[in-house]
Every structure is written in C-alpha cells, then in structure tokens.
Design a protein around this ligand. Sequence first.
Ligand code: 13P
Length: 242
Amino acid sequence: MNIVVANWKMNGDIFLAEQFVGRLNEIEDVCEIIICPPAALLWSFRNFKYYLGAQNCFYEESGAFTGENSPRLLKELGCDYVLLGHSERRALFHESDEVIYRKWNAAVAQSLRPIVCIGEKLDERSNWKEVLSRQLKNYIDRRDLNDTIFAYEPVWSIGTGLTPSEEHLAEVIIFLKGILPTSSLLYGGSVSSRNIGGIMSIDGVTGVLVGGSSLKIEEFENIIRQMSENSQIYIIHYEVSH
Ligand code: 13P
C-alpha cells in the first residue's frame, strides 16, 4: 500500500489533533496514513485508527537524559514509526550520521519502524550522490532493512515550494533502489495536492512525507484521495469491476 506521512513539526494543538482524528477515521483504508505530531500531542491521537509516528527519539531507553524521548515510551504511547535524521534535526540540533544510526538501532530494538530522512542541501546539488551515499553509509550492507523506510527530502525543497523535476527524482530513486533494494522510498519537500500525482507516477516512489500541507485538513484529505487512486487496492478494484 502507498504511504503518506504527515510531519507536523512543532505545529498544531489539541484542537487540530482531535479534528484530524475525527475526519481521518472516516476515510476508507486505501493507503497507509502515518501522522507524526509533536510528542506532546501524541496522546491526543490515542483513538486514531491509522498509524502514529514520533518526530525523533533518543538512543537510550531510559536514564538521566533530561528532555529526551525514550523509544520504549514512544512505543507505549502508540507509536509504530519514528522519523530519524530530519534535515531540521541535522541542521538545528547538530545530529550526525553516527547519532542518527544509534537512534536507528534503539528504535529497531523497540520495534519502532524508522523513517530515515536523507537529502542534499542547495549548495550540494551537483554532488547529491556523494551526499546521499555518506548519509547512508551505515545502512548500505545491512540485510535487515525491510522495516526501515527512507525518505528523500532535498533540503532546498523543504518549505520552499520547489520540487525536483520528475526526471531528476526518477534518477535519485533508481540510485537509492540500487543501495536499498528492500526498503520503501518516500519523497518529501513541498508536497501538495497539486504535485502529488506527478510524484507518485515515478517508479519506485512508495509514498510521500508531507510538511506544511499536512496541517490543513482539506488539503491533506485531497492528497490522501489522490494517493488512493495510485494504490494497488484501487487497481485490484478496477480490474475486478471490468
Ligand atoms: P514541506 O512539505 O513543508 O516542504 O516540509 C517537508 C518536510 O520537511 C517533511 O518532513
């Protein structure tokens, strides 16, 4: 099934969370919806019928780490997924590939499915292969990546309204598939109801990671509706009805 992940970042409130739960619980099961609200809002999603993800976790299970979130407790709170290595974490909180990899290990140990974010900055556009290879170096030879999702989010496309051309995105996906043949691959960066069709038409893209457009319920429902039209379930129904 196609995957749509909402990254609310540090936005939203209890009212918005309850509105989303009410509206999205009415939607038919046509794609995998994962909402990643701020940690303080996770409890407001306790009746959500789809999936919950955290935006980050620490690499230790418990201890004297003031302000950090334990992967075990996130699991207890109902999370099945956790975003790791988002470019905002890398840039603002100085997370290195090594720290992200420690978090990956801690998440996997708690059966949280990691969604590892990778992507080049604007001034790295010409050597994107090198950047992605460096960010992926810890995962390349692992054979246990079936449950790990990777999200390609070029930093220059986040919150800017800019997206890579379909040709370029297709090239990146082929490159990533070569390194990560068993993992689902998402695209993130200025995803909206206007460009979702083009993004999902690219071979190997199994879903999207949505920032700003995931905070407006009508826009998000519109994205989900178009994701469903791309999903295998839709194709099966289509074939049966003909
Ligand atoms: P925007 O969709 O707002 O560009 O954000 C993308 C993102 O960072 C999702 O993780």
